[in-house]
Design a binder for this molecule. Structure first.
Ligand SMILES: Nc1nc(=O)c2c([nH]1)NC[C@@H]1CN(c3ccc(C(=O)N[C@@H](CCC(=O)O)C(=O)O)cc3)C=[N+]21
Length: 283
C-alpha cells in the first residue's frame, strides 16, 4: 500500500517560507505585489483569481485584480498590461486564461514583461526553460518537482515517464525534470501501448487531462506516482490516475485533491518573489 505524497503538508512549509521572505522584502522597503487581469467571467478563472487573492493576502503579499468586461478590445487589454509593466509597485502580472474570442492569447502572453511573467508563458521564459537559464516558469510543473523533493524523493538518476505534452504542464516539466538529472521519457494521448512505457517508470507523472487513465497494470510495483490531472467528472474532481487501484502498486502516490494542486498557488507567489530579484531587487 502506497504512502501519500502530501501536497497540503508541503504547501504549508512552502507558504511559511514565502511569508518569511515577504517580511524580509518589506524590511527592505519593498511590498511584493501581484496583479491579476481577468477578462470576462469564465467561472473557473473567477475562482482561481479569488484563490490567488486569498493566498496573497494570507502571506502578506499585496494583490490587485483588474476585472475587465468580456467585450474589452484587445488593444485595451494590452494597454492595461503595459501600465502594469511600467508600474514599479507591481512585481508579478498574470492574465487568467482562457481569454474571450477576438483576443489573441499569443499577443497577450508576449506583452507581459518577462521578469514579471509569473505564469511563465512569455516566449522568452519558454526559451529560458529549454536552455536551463534563470527565468519565470509555470507553477504546476514546479509543484510536481517541489512535491517530490520536499517529500524526500531523489529525482536524479531516476527514469521519469511524463504522460502529457501540454504547454502548461507536460512540456515545461520535461525540462525542469531534466535539470534535476532524471532520465525522461515523454508519452501522450496518442502513444500506442502507453502501458509498455509507463511500466518502466521509477517516477510516473500524469498530466494528460483524462480521468483515471493510469491503471494499476500500467505502474511498476514500487514506483512513485505524481498526478497533475484535474478532471471534472459526475463523481467530482479526479486526477489522471485511478488512485484506488494504483495505490496498491505504488510506493508513493499523490492524491487529487491534496497533491500537486495544493502547491500551485504558493508557487505563483514564489514566482512573484523571484520576479523581484529578476527586476533588480536584492535581499
Ligand atoms: N485561468 C486559470 N487560472 C489558474 O490559476 C489556473 C487555471 N486557469 N487552470 C488550471 C490551473 C491549476 N490551478 C490550481 C490552483 C489551485 C489548486 C488547489 O488549491 N487545489 C487544491 C484543492 C482546492 C479545493 O479543494 O478547492 C488541491 O488540489 O488540494 C489547484 C489547481 C490554477 N490554475
Amino acid at each position: 500500500m502506497a504512502q501519500l505524497l502530501d501536497g497540503k503538508a508541503v504547501a504549508k512549509i512552502l507558504k511559511e517560507e514565502i511569508r518569511e521572505e515577504i517580511v524580509q522584502w518589506k524590511e527592505k522597503g519593498i511590498q511584493p505585489k501581484l496583479a491579476v487581469i481577468l477578462v470576462g467571467d469564465d467561472p473557473a478563472s473567477v475562482v482561481y483569481a479569488r484563490s490567488k487573492q486569498k493566498v496573497s493576502e494570507s502571506l502578506g503579499m499585496a494583490f490587485e485584480l483588474f476585472a475587465l468586461p468580456g467585450s474589452t478590445p484587445e488593444a485595451d487589454v494590452l494597454a492595461q498590461i503595459e501600465k502594469l509593466n511600467e508600474d514599479q509597485s507591481v512585481h508579478g502580472i498574470m492574465i487568467e486564461l482562457p481569454l474571450p474570442k477576438g483576443i489573441s492569447k499569443e499577443k497577450i502572453m508576449a506583452a507581459v514583461r518577462p521578469d514579471k511573467d509569473v505564469d511563465g508563458v512569455h516566449p522568452i521564459n519558454r526559451g529560458y526553460i529549454l536552455s536551463g537559464e534563470e527565468g519565470l516558469f509555470p507553477a504546476t510543473p514546479q509543484s510536481c518537482i517541489e512535491l517530490l523533493l520536499r517529500s524526500g524523493v531523489q529525482i536524479a538518476g531516476k527514469h521519469t515517464v511524463i504522460v502529457g505534452r501540454g504547454e502548461t504542464v507536460g512540456k515545461p516539466l520535461v525540462f525542469l525534470i531534466l535539470k534535476h538529472n532524471a532520465t525522461v521519457t515523454i508519452c501522450h494521448s496518442k502513444t500506442p501501448d502507453l502501458g509498455a512505457f509507463t511500466r518502466q517508470a521509477d517516477i510516473l507523472i500524469a498530466a494528460v487531462g483524462r480521468a483515471k487513465l493510469i491503471k494499476k497494470d500500467m505502474v511498476k510495483p514500487g514506483a512513485i506516482v505524481v498526478d497533475a490531472g484535474i478532471n471534472e467528472t459526475p463523481e467530482g474532481i479526479c486526477g489522471d490516475v485511478d488512485f484506488e487501484a494504483v495505490q496498491e502498486a505504488a510506493d508513493l502516490i499523490s492524491p487529487v485533491p491534496g497533491g500537486v494542486g495544493s502547491l500551485t498557488t504558493a508557487l505563483i507567489m514564489r514566482n512573484v518573489l523571484k520576479g523581484i530579484v529578476l527586476q533588480g531587487g536584492k535581499l
